[in-house]
Ligand binder design. Structure first.
Ligand code: NAD
Length: 457
């Protein structure tokens, strides 16, 4: 049960102005950085427990990514906080115009379990940088990582500044959102729950950022470098056992290179994880029994070209390549979010586009081609949150690129500067001196139309 009086204290803290200055925010961000570094080993253990991730993967996709975001934010915060001068139009002469960056206030960050550390910590960095107080609610399905997150949060931030909340989302989140009016809600998770969050926020006109999922296609043209494509796709599709929002969901390969692509993908899986990935240091596990059951059911949806083995006791699903899908295959109905990769041939662009359009506005799209013309055509024809050319998923790990979806895959974006902007209100200010106050702007207006037409256009 959430005590709303505790949440109210965050508003008091926010209003106190304690984190109005850049120095105060930078101080907390630096303390935050030191605390993460001091808990590095515990984070490795926790992420091994929750998801079977090896240390190197934890650094590349969790801790290292968060530290890079912290370093970048600390370095650039001064510039981001500065008021922006903008132009002023003739009708407002001799005013000046600027945009102030105001914190939103008290914000709520809700996270998923698949990258349980970075998907709450990166938004937190943006929220702190922009001067907000924060309630953080991670997913209940990553308990080991949450225990370390809780330690870090309580070590670095006073509870009235950043409040850590645990529990079942369906219970805790409505309690929070119906009991208190947040100034912004930042949610990462499934589109299904995203709609529930959006509805609750709408009833109080609370702005939201929704970082959702979707079926991200990966298109292979005949002129692609197949070996490199297979390597990059296999790397990101099977990283974290496929439980990655920007993983390639399915491959659309030109029929002329389908066999070559399948062979190359298989060779890469063997090269990365060996004959028995269940014993591989590099291969993770499925988060819980529910997800294991959901994913296992997909294995009957087509022909298994490679993989297909499972073990419920260890929640292991082998990296799997699937072809010849049944017409109503469940694996093509929803986002897969696991280590099963359907490989679907196409002959014409129209055929491929028709498949993509069954799941419009994916979070990401990937195109592999040597042709600039084809690259441009695909980028133009597939509306998506973001994507890569001749690569997959790595766009998410570049803090210069705002990360977010569109339509079904989300609203808004974050990372780097975009995080600061997401958690700030841009307050537009016009300042007008008093030494000049032409009477033509004031009533009576009769006869002034010709002047208005000259000045306002
Ligand atoms: P989820 O929607 O089940 O849970 C996310 C959060 O919502 C959790 O904290 C959970 O406690 C809470 N929640 C669950 N039910 C709720 C309810 N009824 N009301 C309020 N809150 C509730 O998502 P998940 O399974 O943890 O994550 C998987 C999904 O997240 C996938 O679709 C994936 O693509 C997406 N995702 C997106 C991104 C991104 O950056 N866009 C990143 C990671 C995951």
């Amino acid at each position: 049960m959430i005590n709303i009086a505790d949440v109210e204290k965050l508003r008091t803290f926010f209003r106190s102005g304690a984190v109005r200055t850049r120095e105060a925010r930078i101080g907390y961000l630096k303390k935050f950085r030191s605390s993460i570094l001091s808990h590095e080993e515990e984070l490795y253990e926790a992420l091994q427990t929750d998801l079977g991730k090896c240390k190197e993967e934890v650094w590349a996709t969790e801790t290292g990514l968060v530290l890079a975001e912290l370093n970048y934010t600390i370095k650039h915060l001064r510039r981001w906080m500065m008021p922006e001068s903008v132009g002023t139009n003739l009708v407002n002469f001799p005013s000046s115009s600027r945009i102030l960056k105001e914190p939103m206030g008290v914000v709520l960050i809700i996270g998923p379990w698949n990258y349980p550390f970075q998907l709450v910590m990166v938004p937190l960095i943006g929220a702190i940088a922009a001067g907000n107080s924060v309630v953080m609610k991670p997913s209940e399905f990553s308990p080991a990582t949450n225990a370390v997150i809780k330690k870090i949060i309580t070590e670095v931030f006073p509870p009235d500044y950043v409040m850590y909340v645990e529990g079942e989302g369906a219970v805790v989140v409505p309690e929070l959102m119906n009991g208190f009016r947040f100034d912004h809600v930042f949610y990462t998770g499934s589109p299904l729950v995203g709609k529930i969050i959006y509805t609750m926020a709408a009833s109080q006109l609370v702005p939201v950022t929704l970082e959702l999922g979707g079926k991200s296609p990966c298109i292979i043209e005949p002129d692609a470098n197949i070996k490199v494509a297979a390597r990059r796709i296999a790397m990101t599709k099977f990283s974290n056992a496929g439980q990655m929002c920007v993983a390639p969901d399915y491959v659309l390969v030109h029929a002329s290179v389908k066999d070559e692509m399948l062979k190359a993908l298989q060779a890469q899986i063997l090269a990365f994880f060996g004959e028995d990935p269940s014993q591989s240091y590099n291969y993770g596990k499925i988060i819980n029994d529910r997800q294991f059951s959901r994913l296992s059911a997909y294995l009957g949806d087509g022909t298994i070209y490679h993989g297909g083995k499972t073990d419920r006791a260890t929640r292991y699903i082998e990296p799997t390549l699937m072809t010849d899908l049944k017409p109503d295959a469940g694996v093509m109905r929803d986002e897969i979010f696991g280590p099963i990769l359907p490989v679907i041939p196409f002959n014409t662009r129209e055929e491929a586009l028709a498949i993509i359009e069954q799941h419009p506005n994916p979070l990401a799209m990937y195109v592999y081609t040597a042709s600039r013309k084809k690259e441009e055509e695909w980028l133009k024809d597939v509306p998506a949150g973001g994507g890569c050319v001749n690569n997959s998923s790595w766009q998410f790990a570049n803090h210069h690129l705002p990360a977010g979806g569109r339509g079904n895959s989300g609203i808004g974006n974050y990372h780097g500067r975009a995080s600061f902007d997401t958690f700030s209100h841009r307050k537009s200010i016009l300042k007008t001196p008093t030494w000049f106050d032409p009477s033509f702007k004031y009533p009576p207006f009769k006869g002034k139309l010709k002047w208005f037409k000259k000045i306002i256009r």
